[in-house]
Design a protein around this ligand. Structure first.
Ligand code: SF4
Length: 381
């Protein structure tokens, strides 16, 4: 095993490369090589954005039994019993921090968060140095960790170095593919990056989400949602995200935000910005979401809540055996124990109930269902 000092020396040597302009930190063609020192304001933005990608306060809110989110509902679709177990597990003492640590040891998560924080910071500040600082700070894994395959080969291009490469690559991508767009600035002066929202669906549930970035078209003023993804596939097909429940929900919320701010448009674009670690390239996939689609999202959300109520009432969350091995070929952690009674697995543990979303620090925008519906039906000139 490498000594701590050797690892530390390597970290500082790499920091020198990034922050003091060594040629070796430039990754070659089609990457940004801007080494202009970041200002104090840009550094502050890097710290804020990298911290938001692992916001513990937000995770505590998500652990409530009557709170849904895109990832919780995805789990419900995969296996209702898994959903029930995970909600209880999140409420074990200190389990939220354990969950955070588990995420930190996962190279896929570390890579996704580091690239996400880096490119969002770059877009918000225009500073490559600030973007790379955010990337460093959001990398929650050992400095020299690298994803390997079953034979120990590092073929996935997922490490801190490759995350920094992605941020440099993004500078070029943004100048060429996103030249017409800029990061929207909220009336408070805060760039619309890593925005948390909450919806009181007025049926005893609250739905929470995180929007990566809201963009504004430089000529038309039109808003769009940026949804960042990383993938191990070389190319991503439209169908991967075209009907995504997640992006549709974000467009409903952005419609309400636009309504609040007096910015109006009947249709919203969702721009998927996907980084392929295999091809080492970004890909742009734009989708337009119209009012009919957005109304369907609201209906669907209420149906999901009614389904959870039914499972609760029956005291029965069905198992879906087809999800015991997930799409990453990983076995569910509850395999072999999900048949046990909740009392045996989580003695005395119950998920708390959230009663109000006003004044929550971790949330930038909150709406009621009635407000979202009003934003959908409002005629705009
Ligand atoms: S092991 Fe399979 S059935 Fe059991 S909770 Fe996990 S996914 Fe559901």
């Amino acid at each position: 095993m490498e000594s701590t000092n050797t690892t530390r020396d390597a970290i500082f040597s790499r920091l020198d490369e990034v922050f003091y302009g060594s040629d070796s930190s430039s990754f070659g063609a089609n990457t940004s090589t801007d080494r202009t020192p970041a200002t104090a304001e840009q550094i502050a933005a890097a710290k804020r954005i990298s911290a938001n990608t692992s916001d513990k306060g937000y995770r505590r809110l998500i652990a409530h039994g009557n709170v849904t989110s895109y990832s919780k509902l995805s789990m419900l679709h995969d296996c209702p019993r898994l959903y029930e177990l995970e909600v209880l597990h999140q409420n074990l003492p200190a389990s939220i921090d354990i969950a955070a640590e588990a995420m930190q040891e996962n190279i896929d998560f570390a890579f996704g968060h580091a690239v996400g924080a880096g490119i969002q910071t770059y877009a918000a500040t225009g500073s490559l140095q600030a973007g790379q600082l955010a990337c460093w700070m959001a990398w929650k894994a050992p400095y020299d960790a690298e994803k390997t395959d079953a034979n120990g080969n590092a073929t996935a291009n997922k490490s801190l170095t490759w995350a920094l490469y992605a941020v440099e690559k993004f500078g070029w991508f943004m100048a060429n593919e996103l030249a017409d767009w800029e990061v929207f600035v909220l009336p408070s002066g805060k760039p619309a990056v890593e925005l948390a929202f909450a919806v009181d669906t007025q049926n005893g549930y609250f739905h929470f989400g995180h929007i990566d970035v809201i963009l504004r078209h430089r000529n038309t003023g039109r808003l769009a949602i940026w949804e960042g993804k990383t993938t191990g596939f070389e190319n991503v097909k439209d169908a991967t995200y075209g009907n995504s429940y997640q992006a549709l929900g974000y467009s409903v919320v952005v419609d309400a935000v636009a309504n609040l701010l007096g910015l109006a448009d009947p249709d919203y674009e969702v721009l998927y910005i996907v980084y392929s670690s295999k091809a080492r390239e970004f890909q742009l996939l734009p989708f337009t979401k119209n009012r009919t689609q957005r109304a369907e999202w609201l209906q669907d959300l209420l149906l999901e809540h009614a389904m959870i109520d039914k499972y609760k009432e029956l005291g029965f969350y069905p198992k879906r055996g087809e999800s015991c091995i997930n799409k990453y070929n990983r076995q569910c952690e509850w395999y072999g124990s999900c048949h046990m009674r909740n009392q045996s697995l989580f003695h005395g543990i119950e998920a708390p109930v959230l009663t109000d979303i006003h004044g929550l620090e971790s949330v930038d925008f909150s709406f009621t269902l009635a407000e979202l519906v009003a934003a959908q039906t409002k005629e705009r000139g």
